[in-house]
Ligand binder design. Structure first.
Ligand code: 13P
Length: 296
C-alpha cells in the first residue's frame, strides 16, 4: 500500500507479473498535467484496462512536485470512481533520494535508473532504493544497458544490456527490469535498426521476470507484438501521446475554432478537448496492441 493511507493505488508488481504470465504488456503512459491524467484514467476505466501512470522528474517539477502529482492522481481516482488497477510510478528516478521522495509522497512504484553509472554503483543504489521501497510495499524497476535518445535532459547512447548483469540485478529482488535492446526515447530516426530480439531473448532467459520496453512510441506493431511474446510485460509511452495531443490541438486552432468571433472555443475546456480525445484514442489503440485491454 502506498504511503497516503487512503490511497487506492496499487503497486505495479502484481499487474506486471500477471501480464508476464499471460503474455501481454501493461501500458505505462507518462502524465504531464491534469488533462493527461484525467483522460488516461477515464480511458482505462471505460475499457476495463489496468494502467501505470508514469511521471518523470521533469514532469513532476513542472506539475509542482511529488505531492501535487500523488494528490492529483489519488483525488482523481476517488472523483472519477476508478476501479481498475492504477499504479503511480516514478519514471527514470535519477537518484536514491528522488525515489525516496516519490515513495514519501505516495507513489506506489518507482524506477531507479542507475544505467549511467558503473554497474556496481547502479546495483548498490538499486539495493538502497529496494530496502526503502519494500518497507512501504512499493514496486521497483531497475535498468541495465541504456535506452538511446534523450528524455528530460538525460541522454543515452543505447548500449545493449548484458544478460549476466540481468541475473545479478534480478537477484536483488526488483519487480521488473528495463534493458537496452536497441530502443530509443522519442521518435525513431530513419534507418533505425529495430529492436534486438536476440538480446531480448538472452536477457529474458537470464531475468525470468517481466521486462520493460522504454521508448514505446513509434515501434512498428509487429515488433511490439514479437517483443511481448519474448517477455516484455510493461511498455512505456510518452512521445506518442504528446504528438497525438499536439496534432489534434493544431487542427482545432487551424480551423479557427479558438477565435473569439467564432464563439467560445477559446475556453480551455473546449480548446483542450480534441487533444484529450486524441490521448484516449491513442491509449485505446496501443492497449489493443499490448493485449492489456479489458484485463483489469
Ligand atoms: P517515448 O517518449 O519514446 O514513448 O518513451 C517513453 C519512455 O520510455 C518513458 O520512460
Amino acid at each position: 500500500m502506498a504511503r497516503i493511507y487512503h490511497s487506492r493505488l496499487v503497486n505495479a508488481s502484481g499487474i506486471v507479473d500477471k501480464a508476464h504470465k499471460g503474455k501481454y504488456a501493461v501500458g505505462h503512459f507518462n502524465i504531464n498535467n491534469l488533462e493527461w491524467t484525467k483522460s488516461l484514467l477515464e480511458a482505462a476505466q471505460a475499457s476495463n484496462t489496468p494502467i501505470i501512470l508514469g511521471a518523470s522528474e521533469g514532469a513532476i517539477k513542472y506539475m509542482g512536485g511529488y505531492k501535487v502529482v500523488a494528490s492529483l492522481v489519488n483525488e482523481l481516482l476517488d472523483a472519477l470512481q476508478i476501479t481498475v488497477p492504477v499504479a503511480l510510478h516514478l519514471d527514470h528516478g535519477q537518484t536514491v533520494e528522488s525515489c525516496k521522495k516519490a515513495i514519501d509522497a505516495g507513489f506506489s512504484s518507482v524506477m531507479y535508473d542507475g544505467s549511467h553509472h558503473p554497474f556496481e554503483e547502479n546495483l548498490s543504489n538499486t539495493k538502497e532504493v529496494l530496502l526503502y521501497a519494500k518497507h512501504y510495499d512499493v514496486s521497483v524497476e531497475a535498468e541495465i544497458g541504456t535506452i538511446g535518445g534523450e528524455e528530460d535532459g538525460v541522454v543515452g547512447t543505447g548500449e545493449i544490456a548484458d544478460p549476466k548483469e540481468a541475473t545479478i540485478m534480478v537477484a536483488t529482488g526488483i519487480d521488473f527490469l528495463a534493458a537496452g535492446i536497441g530502443n530509443i526515447h522519442g521518435p525513431y530516426p530513419a534507418g533505425w535498426k529495430g529492436l534486438n530480439f536476440e538480446a531480448l531473448e538472452q536477457i529474458q532467459a537470464a531475468a525470468k521476470l517481466g521486462m520493460v520496453l522504454h521508448g514505446g512510441s513509434g515501434i512498428p506493431k509487429e515488433q511490439v507484438i514479437h517483443a511481448i511474446s519474448l517477455g516484455i510485460s510493461k511498455i512505456n509511452v510518452n512521445t506518442e501521446l504528446q504528438i497525438a495531443f499536439a496534432q489534434a490541438t493544431r487542427k482545432y486552432i487551424e480551423a479557427g475554432k479558438d477565435l473569439p468571433e467564432n464563439g467560445k472555443g477559446f475556453d480551455p475546456r473546449k480548446l483542450l478537448k480534441p487533444g484529450c480525445d486524441a490521448i484516449k484514442d491513442t491509449f485505446n489503440e496501443l492497449t489493443e496492441w499490448f493485449g492489456s485491454k479489458g484485463k483489469a
